[in-house]
Design a protein around this ligand. Sequence first.
Ligand SMILES: [Fe+2]
Ligand SMILES: [Fe+2]
Length: 199
Amino acid sequence: MKVASKNESEIKESLSPEIQNISSEQLRNKVVSAWLMALEQTSFDSLKDLGQFKGINTAEHVRGVAAIALGIVKGIKEVFPDFSVNVDTVVAGALCHDLGKPFEYDPNNESNWGKNRWATGNPALRHSVYGAHIALNAGFPLEVVHVVGSHSVEGAYLQRSLEASIVHYADKVFWEAVGRVKFGKNLFQLAGIMQKEMY
Ligand SMILES: [Fe+2]
Ligand SMILES: [Fe+2]
């Protein structure tokens, strides 16, 4: 495995300014170190190197999801002023929800799964599951691990927290918006082009 050449300050820059919405310095540091761990285990050097769909890189995607999620939080607070939403969990979860994508999209892993897909599955693990593994190893609280592990289709088998639901829908809305604005296609059509779920 290649060791990531990018350092923590470059990762932090690629997650800015949204990362500044996390009030806890300790949690902000965990977000950066978790992404460093995720990249170190793969061929990718930075979030910007890992494209997700037609030129949109992972840094742009997770920042976009965090921005949409913060918009949902703002709406909830306007409608239910006394209701508590953990903004730190939402933002850390949004910025880290695709932690497992460098693993799922790594060309070495993709070719390994191609060699013996009947034995390994294809992919062996989807990014939400592998991302939860990284999130646990990074020492995130279970609330953030849950957001990462349940953000995608696998979360349909769990009872998502409010924070996880916010990130799940923000992620879907990101791809719906990209599909319609940039390509005139909806999420279902994008999944057909990619031959897998977008999120
Ligand atoms: Fe995802
Ligand atoms: Fe995503």
